[in-house]
Ligand binder design. Structure first.
Ligand code: SF4
Length: 315
């Protein structure tokens, strides 16, 4: 096997063995795979905008936007197209490559499709890559979005198939995979990853990465989040995972999916600079840029400009 081999048949034992490598050996191996497949100086800047907030009928145990939990979040209707395009222009001016639009729905309502199409077309015209996360998609909906020019569909698998019903019960893991397949079949690229620290075990993290790597082709984008606990949600008091386990997960994801863009996603604001640097060493090559992520905090943009995007200076 070379550092560029794409595999979809990783076994749980092989993945667990990667996790168990001595830390520096694991990071070195991930960095070697990373250098063989990516420009080392490039960190993708993705900007995320909530285009419809709260009142979601799903019960994802980590989410402030679920109608099932009292989190004090103010709900908002679908944002007007002009406001979305203004935000996309600002993202472009700030150097973003991708503009991600998220709506708190189980599935996008038919009445919203014309506005969503206008958003996709408008953001594409600005020269940004487009990504949306709108909940479950049927085949026709996926095709409509793809035909409008949507580049990426985000739909995280969140955790392992085995642990999934401890996190959400209003849909199944298979529902998740069906939407990913619909998005892929319609011609869109996939952005799908997970959230660490929801009470899952190492074996669940292994199983989650195994599921992601079994998708053919691999998802183009894999965000690895750490739970940002939110008061009022069932997972507010979930046991935290430590920084090392997060870095190990990024490294294992990089080795298993060599050409994928691995995003150091939500929870990054809690990492100090040394830990963030280790994540980049371990193969993360994308971050969310901006003060907020849907409804949770993020690293200040000035700080990212001074630190993350100065990484370009090291080759
Ligand atoms: S994560 Fe998405 S689908 Fe789940 S409750 Fe939040 S907005 Fe709804």
């Amino acid at each position: 096997m070379t550092y560029t081999t794409l595999r979809h048949d990783w076994t749980a034992e092989e993945i667990a063995a990667l996790y168990d490598l001595p830390f520096m050996k694991l990071v070195y191996q991930a960095q070697t795979v990373h250098r063989a497949n990516h420009q080392i100086e490039h960190i993708e800047k993705a900007v995320l905008l909530n285009i419809k907030t709260g009142a979601c009928p799903e019960n994802c145990g980590y989410c402030s936007q679920s109608a099932h939990f009292d989190t004090g979040l103010e709900k908002e209707k679908l944002m007007p197209v002009s406001e979305v395009l203004d935000a996309a222009q600002k993202a472009k001016d700030a150097g973003a490559a991708r503009f991600c639009m998220g709506a708190a729905w189980r599935s996008p309502p038919a009445a919203a499709m014309p506005a969503l199409i206008e958003m996709i077309e408008g953001v594409n015209k600005l020269g940004l890559e487009t990504c949306m996360t709108l909940g479950m998609l049927k085949e026709e909906q996926a095709q409509t979005l793809a035909d409008a020019g949507l580049d990426y569909y985000n739909h995280n698998i969140d955790t392992s198939p085995e642990y999934y019903d401890k996190v959400v019960t209003t849909r199944t893991f298979d529902d998740r995979i069906n939407t990913l397949n619909a998005a892929r079949d319609a011609g869109m690229k996939l952005c799908t990853g997970g959230i660490l620290g929801m009470g899952e075990s190492r074996a669940d993290r292994v199983s989650m990465l195994r599921t992601l790597s079994s998708l053919t082709p691999h998802p183009e984008s894999v965000p690895i989040n750490r739970l940002v606990p939110i008061d009022g949600t069932p997972l507010a008091d979930a046991e935290r995972i430590n920084d090392e386990e997060w870095i190990r997960t990024i490294a294992v994801a990089r080795i298993m999916m060599p050409t994928t863009t691995v995003r150091l996603a939500a929870g990054r604001h809690e990492l100090d600079w040394a830990a963030q640097t280790l994540c980049f060493m371990a193969g993360a090559n994308s971050v969310f840029y901006g003060e907020r992520l849907l409804t949770t905090p993020n690293v200040a943009m000035e700080e990212d400009e001074k630190k993350v995007f100065k990484l370009k200076q090291v080759g």
